[in-house]
Design a protein around this ligand. Structure first.
Ligand code: UD1
Ligand code: CA
Length: 485
């Protein structure tokens, strides 16, 4: 969604007229989600709702001027975005959006302007926040309300403008208190505002709980300011969808879909082919190089980085992994914290667990599981194999069904396989064990001792052949049947 790093609006403007804070309301429970988890921790686009809002806010003002108001499950909510470095204000009882700003009174005294955002509305962009803040600064009202026009405004607060056709607002009426006439108004309150801090705290105590929810509604500040002859302005958002909130599971799904599609579109604009963008799940931080092809039902998650000219086939799930240029992932691969060098081939159905490092041009085939393994350049483990805690050199062939026995029930041990080793099928390598350069291991061997370079190791029962045994068995069976035994 939002681009990284760049501040869309220089903070210098605020420097002229005083300081701007951003307050993010995130204390609510989210009753409509019917969830045991707090609303702002529900995820869209691969991240909690609140994290998206924090990211947008910290691109507009310095992180120490961002305050999240938390209450319901405060510890969990705090932990989810603590790494950002923002401040937290506690609203121990959630008595409404107006009350959320009451608890912020002391913290915000040092500022001239506060931009208020909703922790449950994650599509807001830094550009829009800046626009709201700058509009407010240049017009100097007590309150600026970001609004939008929705074909179906059901559920939102309606904006009652003054009848003179200007930008001034008389009141905001919540859905539950709106008359039939007011419900027809399609201009809605986004829940994003800019306030003059002085005006807000001069009048905030006039809020009351005389409404259907028995809460202090921040939206009532509009009418309170009007009574006090202070100006309240409306600013229409350029992209109404930025306002959407995740109040219900259906709304969360809708927002998620919009974010996923936007991410796919950004990647496609950078030269990535995505066959069925509606069916690709790509997290915001993921990077993909040009001419890489992403097939339907792929998930690219977390801090994944994929090179150029790769093909990621259907049903691959790649998390926090790095994949080099020209690599082919056949269908159904699962990668977690893995590194794959250029031109490797994986799958179908390879499982690369954390610490897997696959060398240039290497092959990892079907039903091969790797963990904490370095597989060298051009090496192959093509079928039905487990490789864990192993150092494997270049040009090594790991036969079908090979197992590194890395765990003795208490400790993990390492298997070292040097360059050019050939491990026959169904070998069992009991770690710690070392196979020297160019050595051979016979099929079905259980290797418990080191194998020197260039040697052959065979560790299995010697084959016995009993001539005529099968014929004799069949004949004696037939004889028994004749005698009726
Ligand atoms: C609010 C607005 C409504 C607007 C809509 C836009 C009010 C009364 N109504 O309604 O006009 O159209 O947003 O999305 O403000 N919160 C707290 N502390 C509380 C209560 C809520 O921090 O005591 C937080 C919530 O966690 C949430 C945000 O404030 O992040 C908004 O609250 P919510 O209950 O979702 O308000 P809406 O019903 O959506
Ligand atoms: Ca809401």
């Amino acid at each position: 969604m939002q681009g990284k790093g760049k501040r869309p609006s220089p903070r210098g403007v605020a420097g002229h007229d005083g300081r701007t804070a951003i307050a993010i309301m995130a204390a609510g429970k989210g009753t409509r989600l019917k969830s045991k988890h707090p609303k702002v921790l529900h995820e869209v686009g691969g991240q909690p709702l609140l994290q998206h809002v924090v990211r947008a806010a910290t691109q507009v003002v310095p992180v120490h001027d961002v305050y999240a108001i938390i209450g319901h499950e405060a510890d969990r909510v705090r932990q989810s975005v603590a790494h950002s470095g923002i401040h937290f204000l506690l609203q121990p009882e959630q008595r409404g959006t107006g009350h959320a700003l009451m608890v912020a009174r002391e913290a915000l005294q040092a500022y001239d302007q506060v931009v208020v955002l909703s922790g449950d509305a994650p599509l807001i962009t830094p550009e829009t926040i800046s626009l709201l803040s700058e509009f407010h600064r240049s017009h100097q009202p007590a309150m600026t309300i970001l609004t939008a026009v929705f074909e179906d405004p059901t559920g939102y607060g309606r904006v009652i403008r003054k009848t003179d056709g200007g930008d001034e607002v008389d009141a905001v009426v919540e859905e539950k208190s709106a008359t039939a006439e007011q419900k027809k108004i399609t201009e809605i309150n986004s829940g994003f505002y800019a306030f003059s801090v002085r005006a807000l705290y001069r009048y905030i105590d006039r809020l009351s709980t005389g409404n259907p929810h028995g809460e202090f509604y921040l939206t009532d500040m509009a009418a309170i300011f009007r009574q006090a002859k202070e100006r309240v302005l409306a600013l229409k958002a350029r992209n109404p969808y930025e306002i959407l909130g995740g109040n219900t599971r259906a709304e969360l799904a809708d927002i998620d879909q919009r974010m996923r599609l936007a991410k796919c579109q950004a990647l496609m604009a950078q030269g990535v082919t995505i066959f069925h963008p509606q069916a690709a799940i790509i997290d915001p931080e993921v990077e993909v190089g040009p001419d890489t092809v992403v097939e339907p039902f792929v998930e690219l998650l977390g801090n994944t980085r994929i090179g150029s000219d790769c093909r990621i086939s259907s049903h691959c799930v790649v998390r926090n992994s790095i994949i080099g240029d020209g690599t082919l992932l056949r269908p159904g691969c699962v990668l977690e914290e893995a590194r794959v060098s250029a031109r490797a081939t994986l799958g179908p159905y390879s499982h690369l667990r954390p610490g897997s490092e696959i060398g240039e041009g290497a092959h990892v085939g079907n039903f091969v599981e790797t963990k904490k393994v370095r597989l060298g350049k051009g090496s192959k483990a093509n079928h039905l194999t487990y490789l864990g805690d192993a150092e494997i050199g270049d040009g090594v062939n790991i036969g079908a069904g090979t197992i590194t026995c890395n765990y003795d029930g208490i400790h993990k041990h390492t298997t070292v396989i040097e360059d050019g080793v050939f491990v026959g099928s169904d070998a069992t390598l009991v770690a710690p064990v070392h196979l020297g350069k160019g050595a051979y291991v016979g099929a079905a061997s259980c290797i418990t001792e080191d194998v020197p370079a260039e040697a052959l190791a065979i560790a299995r029962g010697r084959q016995m052949v009993k001539e005529g045994w099968a014929r004799q068995k069949r004949e004696s069976q037939r004889d028994r049947e004749k005698e009726g035994r």
